[in-house]
Design a protein around this ligand. Structure first.
Ligand code: PLP
Length: 403
């Protein structure tokens, strides 16, 4: 069941981070608390389950594996529901405050006090899928117009899911970076508001709010676990998810916070490149990875500031391990709860499988029979066609339907 992971040779880069001010201050406790109080008040809010995978832990010879299963997050299928939608609310609050010359509260927006003005505002974003879904959902929820830019290889079912939330979807001929460029250019020209999950020079407040939204997920974990984990395996796209989780854990657990391991596709390894260069470094995406949410060539500079001070190891994994990991979770062969998850959700888990089963990597990652692991299962099945392709081969489908 685990042979392919045992035999894989993922690249591992060990960093020596010193927890410093960025981990405390870039995403401050106050910013996390404000996001958390707001998002927890939304209708439909419910913490997602933290599922113990005892069968997998035993097969890997570690003490425990807890899997944070984000499939049911606000009905949108991924943790991204927390970030983009909250940032839309913050953007609208900011714009209204500027227009009106006095402070506008979240409550004013919820009660429709400024709905006429909001209906004239347009929020825009480029996306591989999940972030756009969140922005579109937030725009609909708060009454703004929305345009989402997707690149040439985003699947038809991801496109349809965004359109179903009322957004206008623009398909750009090119890759993710081309979609970002067109989005930025049009926003500037027409006075639209960009709600991006990645930051660049001069654009950081909104991505900070996106990441603060992700903090809700990390806080759910800290409030459920009675003792800190020793390791957390975090998939990396632009780095926002990893930065939000690392900051929250550090702010909560201090020096006993887990060791952070960032896992990326070999085909999109900008965080590994940044770690080796000790500064934010772009890579060229030559082929799209199956892990659509992680197909990012440029790190978020803001996220990088946090990761540089908090991540102990970077791994890159090949695409051919994605289907076996998805099948393993869906089949329940390990004796654990059967889980239906998407391609980008399993990167961290694959990193753990390879790291725990390969003696050299295990040693370098300081994995032992006492290790307590957290995996961020960042999405459920957000692309049903892709999921179907991945599991149809030879999945034993007896017993209960996966969650
Ligand atoms: C399901 C999923 N997991 C992980 C990530 C990576 O998040 P980040 O780009 O903030 O590193 C994404 C990004 O879109 C995603 O959709």
């Amino acid at each position: 069941m685990f042979d392919c992971f045992q035999n894989a040779q993922p690249e591992l880069h060990i960093a020596r981070p010193e927890f410093g001010p960025a981990v405390r201050d870039v995403l401050s406790k106050a910013r996390f608390a404000r996001a958390s109080a707001e998002i927890r008040s939304w209708s439909g809010y419910r913490p997602t389950p933290l599922i113990e995978l005892a069968g997998i832990a035993s097969a890997l010879n570690v003490s425990s594996v807890h899997y944070k299963h984000e499939a049911a997050r606000f009905g949108l299928g991924s943790f991204k529901a927390l970030g983009g939608a909250y940032a839309v609310l913050r953007v609208l609050q900011d714009r209204l405050t500027t227009q009106l010359g006095h402070k506008v509260s979240f409550k004013d927006i919820h009660t429709g006090k400024y709905s006429d003005r909001i209906s004239l505002m347009t929020v825009v974003s480029a996306t591989d899928g999940n972030h756009g879904r969140s922005v579109a959902w937030g725009a609909r929820r708060f009454g703004a117009q929305c345009r989402i830019y997707i690149h040439a290889e985003v699947s038809a079912s991801r496109e349809e899911a965004i359109r179903a939330l009322g957004a206008k979807v623009i398909r750009v001929n090119g890759d993710y970076d081309a979609a970002v460029a067109q989005c930025r250019w049009e926003a500037e020209r027409y006075g639209w508001f960009i709600v991006s999950d990645t930051s660049w020079q001069g654009y950081s407040e909104i991505p900070k709010d996106v990441m603060a939204g992700y903090g809700v997920m990390a806080r759910e974990i800290t409030s459920e676990l009675t003792e800190p984990a020793t390791h957390v395996f975090l998939q990396g796209g632009v780095g926002g998810l990893a930065a939000a989780v690392a900051s929250t854990f550090y702010q909560h657990w201090g020096s006993t916070a887990p060791l952070n391991v960032v896992v990326e596709p070999e085909l999109a390894s900008c965080l590994m490149a940044s770690a080796k260069n000790k500064s934010p470094t772009a890579v060229r995406i030559q082929r799209e990875t199956l892990m659509a949410g992680l197909s990012c060539g440029e790190p978020s500079e803001l996220a990088w500031d946090i990761l540089e001070q908090s991540v102990s190891a970077y791994m890159t994994i090949p695409d051919d391990l994605v289907a076996p990991a998805i099948k393993l979770l869906a089949s329940g062969q390990s004796g654990d709860t059967r889980l239906k998850v998407g391609e980008s959700a399993v990167a961290g888990l694959i990193g753990l499988f390879c790291g725990a089963l390969n003696p050299k990597l295990r040693d370098r990652l300081k994995l032992t029979p006492e290790s307590r692991i957290i995996i961020i299962g960042s999405e459920g099945v957000t692309d049903p066609e892709m999921f179907h392709k991945m599991v149809t081969d030879d999945l034993p489908m007896d017993g209960a339907e996966p969650a």
